[in-house]
Design a protein around this ligand. Structure first.
Ligand code: ADP
Ligand code: MG
Length: 685
């Protein structure tokens, strides 16, 4: 139950004045469904204006507020803009310029002969001063002059700045004073404001202290929640699993395990033998051989008389794992089944039966394996693949499945910089596969301007005629998935024209059946070229595909590029990855692509990507993308997370039940940032 003090913040946005169903749509798009979300919808930047008496006091490019008298309207000629001539008190003339439909507004707002206060950026057009689409045109300047520093919010279609600013103001009025959860000494040292003051100030101006405090709150909430998970996990009873090696001994692998694989298996074996449930993350780059480590862990569980489950984020990956595991474990006599949302009727019934009576040892699947209708005889180990797709909350749901808490092995190929590992997986122990299996060849990566499309298609032609297979990756560019898919479809059509029926396509809006069918054709070699959006990002394994083309590579995050590239270079043949780039690239974009060319070390890529992205932040307004944080920027994570981590640890040591005064305040914090599963654990454990 959420504490009453927070009720006013968790009211739905619809309850605010002037919000109807029509406005809800764009608000929902931004995730602003509750008052709390609006209060935390921090400005992306601020416009600071200066009031000038006369236009010649202002520099071109400056944001100004000035009183002008309207002289003349000039309707647009053909496609030209609508212009309004106006002059200041000294007779300096300025054009107010409106494009398209905005001209209707201009007619209403600027009657000839009247004086109006105009706010906007002063520009030059030929010899004339002009303001294009003024931000404000008002008769009464009181409000305008009272807010010379104006927040600029992220919008979605159907919203305007004044609209959202008004809603934020309402939301802030709902924000109560809350007891302090930050350690008083730290608050003093940093000079931070109270929570409510910081929130209000962060909307008013570029206040670094306020922004830092709010970011710190979020980081502290995260650290605390992860520590609560860890604490409660330690207190739970799992099933100690002691394998005798009989199944692992019959496993006949066509290769010898790497040192890193052996070490990781050893660490897992140690955890499984304990009474407390394992919480371990297996981190290893694409191709580092996580699957066999997972299989070994599951075999230990089965040797000890229990069952194991492996959860994959998508249907495709579940099937692939099922096939790989079945092949690898062929000699062991272990019974493996697959269960996804698509298995229905008798087949499903018989799998459910097998899980219930224990005749199935391992089940691989999607979320379907944890539905209420699925009961296990003795589930003692859960392996979660591609961990980053599942939040901590979901991890906990899984843990509730057995009578005793199962051991959890999470696996991820997403290389994360060290700072973020703490934020993302702070509650887990980490095993690292920092050594690739021998014999892998470096992937020849090249950055090529998109103008050379003909050459690229020519190279692709030679590759396919020589019996090779290839991926062609189309980017997600716009906010609108349909647009992107349309672009990908167009590329698909063009390539099909050239290469005929040997081209297949997958994207996010295909029905699962169609997606699987396309993947099947590609992995069986019937399709030679797979055109895809980023849905192929994880897991797919087709060793004969040794060429990858990625369009508009500068649009992708580096971690994502790295994962995509990991789809090639899986066999013993040399692989090539062509990164097509647009014409105008920023310096940072150039350096990021150069880095991809230079290295294949996922961790190095992650560290430097963080550096490159973090460096450009001034206010800390850049959102942190693939971190679990909405408020804290990358830079704030780097500077403040270690503090938050230590602070959380100290609080847990002093008041592990969060019962003291500060502890109670910290509970509010957990609810505020929706890490309340942390609180629920307190009650349960
Ligand atoms: P990951 O899931 O970590 O990306 P996989 O488990 O799919 O990697 O392994 C990638 C490929 O490497 C597979 O074809 C697997 O059979 C092979 N492999 C795994 N371990 C070794 C090893 N020690 N030596 C050689 N090949 C290996
Ligand atoms: Mg894998």
């Amino acid at each position: 139950m959420r504490p009453d003090q927070l009720n006013s913040l968790f009211v739905e946005t619809q309850a605010l004045d002037g919000v109807g169903p029509k406005l809800m749509r764009p608000l929902e798009k931004l995730g602003l469904t509750r008052v709390r979300d609006l209060a935390y919808h921090l400005p992306e930047r601020f416009v600071e204006r200066r009031k000038v008496e006369h236009l010649d006091e202002a520099a071109v490019g400056e944001q100004i507020v000035v009183a002008l008298t309207v002289r003349e309207h000039r309707a647009s000629s053909g496609r030209g803009p609508y212009r309004v001539l106006a002059e200041d008190a000294a007779g300096n003339v300025c054009t107010l310029t409106y494009f398209g439909r905005a001209s209707y507004t201009a007619k209403k707002l600027l009657p000839v002969g009247e004086k109006r206060w105009v706010a906007g950026r002063l520009d030059e057009y030929g010899q004339m001063l002009q303001i294009v689409h003024p931000d404000h045109v008002v008769a009464d300047a009181t409000a305008l002059l009272g807010q010379m520093c104006e927040p600029v919010y992220r919008l979605s279609e159907g919203l305007t700045q004044p609209r959202i600013a008004g809603l934020v103001t309402q939301a802030l009025d709902h924000a109560p004073e809350l007891p302090e959860w930050i350690e008083p000494g730290l608050l003093d040292r940093q000079g931070w404001q109270s929570w409510r003051d910081a929130l209000v100030l962060a909307h008013r101006g570029a206040d670094k202290l306020a922004r830092d405090r709010l970011a710190y709150d979020e980081l502290l909430a995260n650290s605390l929640a992860l520590m609560l998970v860890r604490q409660s996990n330690r207190a739970q009873s799992g099933t100690p699993l002691q394998g005798d090696g009989r199944l692992r001994d019959t496993l006949s692998l066509p290769f010898a395990l790497t040192g890193a694989q052996k070490r990781s298996i050893g660490e897992i074996e140690g955890d499984l033998a304990q009474g407390a449930p394992m919480l371990r993350l297996l981190q290893g780059d694409v191709g580092s051989g996580k699957t066999v480590v997972a299989l070994s862990a599951m075999l230990i569980a089965i040797e000890a008389g229990a069952q194991a489950a492996m959860l994959a984020p998508t249907e495709i990956l579940a099937r692939q794992h099922f096939e790989t595991l079945t092949q690898m474990a062929a000699g062991t006599g272990v019974e493996i089944a697959i269960l996804t949302g698509r298995d229905k009727g008798r087949a499903r019934e018989s799998i459910l039966m097998g899980l219930h009576d224990g005749s199935i040892d391992i089940v691989v699947g999607t979320h379907a394996i944890f539905q209420d209708t699925v009961t296990y005889k003795n589930l003692a180990l859960v392996v979660i693949d591609e961990q980053h797709r599942f939040g901590v909350g979901q991890r906990l749901m899984l843990a509730r499945k057995g009578r005793r808490t199962p051991h959890t092995l999470a696996m991820t190929a997403t290389p994360i910089p060290r700072t973020l590992t703490l934020a993302q997986y702070g509650e887990m122990d980490v095993s690292q596969l920092d050594e690739l299996p021998p014999g892998r060849q470096a992937i020849d990566t090249r950055v090529i301007p998109v103008e050379r499309m003909d050459d690229i298609v020519g190279a692709l032609d030679r590759h396919l005629s020589g019996g090779g297979q290839a991926y062609w990756v189309c980017p997600m560019v716009t906010d609108n998935e349909s647009d992107d898919i349309a672009a990908a479809e167009a590329r698909f059509a063009a390539l099909k024209e050239r290469f005929g029926d040997s081209v297949a396509m997958v994207h996010g809006q295909l029905k699962p059946d169609a997606k699987d069918a396309a993947m099947e054709r590609f992995s069986r070699g019937e399709a030679k070229l797979l055109v895809a959006t980023t849905v192929i990002e994880v897991g797919v394994d087709v060793p004969n595909a040794t060429l990858m083309v990625i369009e508009q590579a500068e649009r992708f995050g580096l971690a994502q590029l790295h994962q995509l590239r990991g789809r090639v270079g899986r066999g013993s043949d040399k692989s090539v990855c062509l990164l097509l780039r647009g014409e105008a690239l920023s310096d940072t974009a150039r350096r990021r692509l150069a880095l991809m060319r230079e290295t294949q070390d996922g961790f190095r890529i992650a560290e430097e990507d963080l550096e490159l992205r973090g460096g450009g932040e001034l206010l800390g307004t850049r959102q942190s993308g693939d971190t679990p944080f909405a408020v804290a920027s990358l830079e704030q994570i780097q500077t403040l997370l270690p503090l938050a981590h230590d602070d959380a640890k100290l609080l847990m040591q002093r008041d592990g039940g969060l019962d003291g005064e500060r502890g109670k305040a910290a509970r509010l914090l957990l609810y505020l940032f929706e890490r309340d599963w942390g609180v629920q654990l307190l009650r349960g454990g």
